[in-house]
Design a protein. Structure first.
Length: 65
C-alpha cells in the first residue's frame, strides 16, 4: 500500500482503493459516490505525494492498468 493512503470508513466493506488527483473533478465525484453508497475505501491524492512516493504509486497502478 502507498504511504499517504487515507482510510474512509463505511457500512459496506471491500478492498476499494482510489488513486486520485487533488484537482480532478471526477475523482471527487467518485469519492462522493462511494461516501453516498456507504462504501469503505482507501484513497491517495497522488499529485500531493513526494516524487518517490509518486513513482511507487505509479508502479503499483501499472499492475492493474
Amino acid at each position: 500500500m502507498c504511504k499517504g493512503m487515507k482510510q474512509v470508513e463505511g457500512e459496506h466493506r471491500g478492498d476499494v482503493k482510489l488513486y486520485a488527483l487533488s484537482t480532478c473533478l471526477w475523482c471527487r465525484r467518485t469519492r462522493r459516490l462511494l461516501d453516498t453508497l456507504g462504501v469503505a475505501y482507501r484513497y491517495v491524492e497522488v499529485d500531493l505525494l513526494d516524487e518517490e512516493q509518486q513513482r511507487r504509486a505509479m508502479e503499483h497502478i501499472k499492475k492493474y492498468n
